[in-house]
Design a protein around this ligand. Structure first.
Ligand SMILES: [Zn+2]
Ligand SMILES: [Zn+2]
Length: 335
């Protein structure tokens, strides 16, 4: 699965292979995700075995994460310069919005905010994703010394993974909502009821396998952390505002960067079904994955008036659009 250059030409608003799904965001028939900012186009394409990133600056330069894909573009090298940028296979990263980087490690996403050369990590994957993070830092010319804070959307182990290691090895602060503070000090915190009851599904089984092979059993216990509450503006790079959206967990939050129009939605709204693996529109995690399904749905009202955002979820691809539409779409889906 790949995007030929002619499909990229189509992205400029002609028919091509692209289907406009929201302002500034399109989906390609071969399944890539495209975001646009200014004159720059960003594509996230997915091969059968990994996700890869293509970045198109003014449709002149394509930066690929996979050399294999580069060869697919050879016929059109005269038209579009191609640069192999990153070849790591354990995960990928891409800059979504200026200074906002997305790390993609399987069906688990986490993010990095840059501000004035200082960094805030939003969630921390599983313990073994640490190497992907360090490589990503190097790729953007940063080091662990630039990391000032790790802010957690909630206490599940797929979001807290290497935070404890960063706490030991750097001066970074760890911050979490008051109501998930106790949970991050425990081991193996995952929504086990849903995962175990759906373990017969290949995708759910693959998630649990990924967790076990990427450090779940090593544990990601975080002994100490600072706490925040809903409505706080955090004094960390990016200065995100906390929106408390309980239901997935008691202390589940989204982080909003009003100035950049970015919402880190954690697992309040995701765009991938964790039972089937299907990519889709914004949705609350399926029944069995939330502490309180009904509350998770009701709490969405706290995000519906944020206007147009680039929503960066804990699972699934970025989504761009109005948050009242995101909430409406989530409520239309069966639980
Ligand atoms: Zn979760
Ligand atoms: Zn999660």
């Amino acid at each position: 699965m790949f995007v030929p250059p002619r499909a990229i030409e189509g992205a400029r608003g002609h028919a091509g292979a692209f289907r406009q799904v929201a302002h500034g965001c399109a989906r390609v028939s071969t399944a890539p995700e495209r975001l646009e900012r200014g004159g720059e186009h960003i594509l996230l394409i997915e091969l059968s075995w990994a996700s890869h990133v293509i970045r198109v600056a003014h449709l002149k330069t394509i930066v690929l994460v996979c050399a294999t894909v580069a060869s697919l573009f050879e016929n059109d090298r005269s038209q579009i310069a191609i640069e192999v940028h990153h070849t790591r296979m354990k995960g990928t990263w891409m800059e979504i919005v200026d200074g906002i980087h997305r790390f993609d490690t399987g069906p688990f996403n986490w993010y990095l905010i840059e501000e004035g050369g200082r960094l805030t990590l939003v969630d921390a994957g599983f313990p073994s994703h640490y190497g992907v993070f360090v490589d990503g830092l190097a790729a953007i010319g940063r080091t662990l010394a630039d990391l000032e804070a790790v802010i957690l959307t909630h206490s599940h182990a797929d979001h807290t993974g290497f935070a404890a290691r960063l706490q030991r090895e750097t001066n970074a602060r760890i911050l979490v909502h008051r109501d998930d503070r106790d949970a991050i000090s425990r081991q193996y915190v995952l929504p086990w009821a849903g995962l175990v009851s759906h373990l017969w599904r290949p995708f759910t089984a693959s998630i649990v396998w990924h967790a076990v092979t990427h450090g779940l059993l090593r544990g990601s216990r975080i002994p100490s952390a600072d706490v925040f509450d809903g409505g706080d503006e955090l004094d960390v790079p990016g200065h995100p505002t906390v929106i408390h959206v309980p239901g997935h967990t008691d202390g589940e939050v989204a982080f909003f960067l009003a100035g950049r129009g970015v919402l880190f939605s954690g697992d309040t709204l995701v765009t991938r079904n964790l039972y089937t693996g299907a990519e889709g529109t914004p949705q609350v995690p399926s029944h069995g994955l939330n502490t309180d399904d009904e509350l998770a749905m009701v709490s969405l009202d706290r995000m519906r008036d944020l206007g147009t955002v680039t929503m960066l979820p804990g699972h699934g691809r970025p989504w761009h659009g109005r948050m009242d539409d995101a909430v409406r779409l989530a409520r239309q889906l069966p639980a």
